[in-house]
Each structure stands twice: as C-alpha cells, then as structure tokens.
Ligand binder design. Sequence first.
Ligand code: NIG
Ligand code: FE
Length: 411
Amino acid sequence: MAKRRLINIGKLYGVTYSNPPKIKEELAELRTIPNAYLEFEDDKISAFGQMTDATAFSGEVYDVEGGIVYPSYVDCHTHLVYAKNREDEFVDRIKGLSYQEIAENGGGILNSADKLANMTEDQLYDQAYDRLNRLIKLGTGAIEIKSGYGLSLDAELKMLRVIKRLKTNSPIPVKSTFLGAHAYPTQFANNKEAYIEHIINDMLPAVADSGLADYIDAFCEEGYFSVEDTERIVQAGAAYGLPARLHINQFTSSGGVQMSARNGVISVEHLEVMTSEDLKSLADSGMYGVALPACSFFLQIPYTPARDLINAGVPFVLASDFNPGSSPTGNLSFVMSLACIYMKLTPEEALNALTINAANALGLENEVGSIALQKKANVIVSKKAKSINSIPYSFAENQISDVFVNGEVFG
Ligand code: NIG
Ligand code: FE
C-alpha cells in the first residue's frame, strides 16, 4: 500500500463533508484548512487536517512549502478529439468574418469533419491522448469528451471508440457524449430532415448498442438544429436510456431552454443569450447551467449572465468547451480568470463551479470535485500561490507546480 503525505500546506481548499451542488450563496463557500496536511492511501484521500494534529507517519512526504492545494478541476464540456487546428479561420475572423459566416462558407464544424475523415483511428487517438495529458498537467482531474466531427455513422463511431480508448488508458475519469447532431454534413445540405432521420433511425440505435456513449448532445441553434428537431433527438436518445446535455442559446434564444426543461435534460450549456423567460425556466427546472467563457472570449460573443443564473438558484458550472473552432484551450485556470474578470465571480465561486458543481453535472460527485475522505487523490498543488486568488489573478501564467492523480505526481 502506497502512502503519501503532503505537509506544510498554507491553505487546503475545497473540503466537503457532503457532495450536493452549491447553489446561490453556497457557491461562495469554500471550506479551507490553514496550515494543513493531506494524506493519500494508494489512489484515495485518506486523511487531512491541521499540521498541528498530524500524527506520526511512515510513507513518502511531499513538502508544499506554504503553498496551496485544491481539488483538481472537472471539465464537463469538451470536444477534445479532433483532427487539426483551424488557425486559418482564426485569421479570417480577425479580418472580419464571423463564426457563422465561416461556417456558411464550408468552414467550421464541416471543416473539422473533412479533416477527421482523412485521419486513422490510431492517429486521432495519439493526438487526443497527448492533448489529454497536457490538460491533466494543467489540473484537469476528470473530463467529458464529445464526438461530433464525424457526422456519419462510421466516423462518429470512430470518434467514440477513440474516447473509449482514452477512458481505458487515461488515469482520470472520462465521460463520453455522442454529438451526431453537431452540423448537417454536405451531402444532407438540401435534405436536413433526412439527416435527422438518419441520426434517430440509424446512428442512435448503433451508438446505444455499442455502449460507447454515456450521454447525447445536439447543437440547438438557428441554422443548426431547431428546437423541434433537437427535441425529437433528445426523446429518441431517452428511449435508448441515453440522457442529454445540450448546446443551447449560444447565439440566439430559441426556446431550447424550455424544451430541455420539458424533457429532463441534465444540463444546458453555453447560454450566452438568455431572456428573462429562459432564466425562469432554467431556475425552475433544476438543470445545470454550464457557462463556457473561453468560447465567449475567443469568439468575442457575450458572456453567459452568470450572476443572474446564480441569483436565480441555478446550479452553476464552468467548463472549457475545448475545441478547434471556438475555444482552442482546455486550460481551466484561464477559464477561472475569465469567469472572475468578465462574469464577476469571486475566485471561490469560480473554483466551486469548476470542481464540486462540475462533478455533480457529470454524476462524479462521489469520486472527484472536492477534498473528502475516500475521494480520488486528484489534487492541484501551487507552491507559488499563497491564496486561491493568485490562480485567476495570474492569468496566462501557470501557477501549478504539481498535480497529483490517483495519489501520484503526474508527468
Ligand atoms: O461548443 N457550438 C458548437 N460547437 C462547438 C464549436 C465547434 C467548432 O467550431 O468546431 C462549441 O462552441
Ligand atoms: Fe461545445
């Protein structure tokens, strides 16, 4: 049995004794132990408390030298598996084209689908595996990954198999989401109904049968999947026992929040454009509201009105949306900075949204998301930071000295 003890922790953040999502004022509550120790037995947290209460110990000791320790981030919305970057589109946007205009000219998601079609499963896997390891070093301790750049049954299954291999080979929990309804492939451009029927009649049964997906998703947006079509897909998924988490209200408010509330959707994600009716339906529904500020930053679109969601009692979550088109970063310390700077969250609120609340949104709250006995020993160490404020404050600077994954230093 491997035993490790972290000592001289200036502040140990994110201790919980139960795991429900934090809502309203609770979001600002971050239980903290000053001058602390933290112990791991194999891959689990086995003890923690004040240094003055630490008993004799035989095992490996790691001195944090007065720095801080907090639970690893949970990223509940990523498109981590993709073929190539899209930096040409980035330059097109600098020159004045919008994300939607680029998509209408055959760029965007279809560009990624073309690139993915030309890559083997092994190539895709190798790239995604490297990307995932880089994210783990940046503090991600559990992750959700979507398909959605396949847009054909074979290519979607190829992506889902890559995600399955990541699940098997990665040291952190991975959840998988089928996103066949991400865009209409070129051959269906003039017959969108046929693609929706293909998703419902062919893709969903095959995906369900494969056991490769934990959830389904759809890009519910003007020009992509209408509220009615998204509802059909959500209901068809539910019939196969696949719950939905959805891209909703990124560019327009369309009734997607209300439809999601009616259909028992787990989480509505993006929410950059929210009417007061949307806010009320969301608050009444109990769904998670997931904001993706790195996408707002990169596309220069509005930020999700986080404070309104929090005040209304929505379980509020932050995620990266890591993808080659709208958020080419999975750095959640940077997401924390953006949430503080643009959404006016306090560092404590942002950290809870990225840990315990995000863990709840993925059903992983008993495994990760806080410092608690028997949870996974997935934690972030910053020897440089004297308080959690230092993490979002020092934006674009890596304050993380080490991450522990399953009780061991990663990388
Ligand atoms: O969440 N909006 C839809 N999907 C992604 C972007 C996908 C892409 O541009 O490749 C998002 O922003
Ligand atoms: Fe997304």
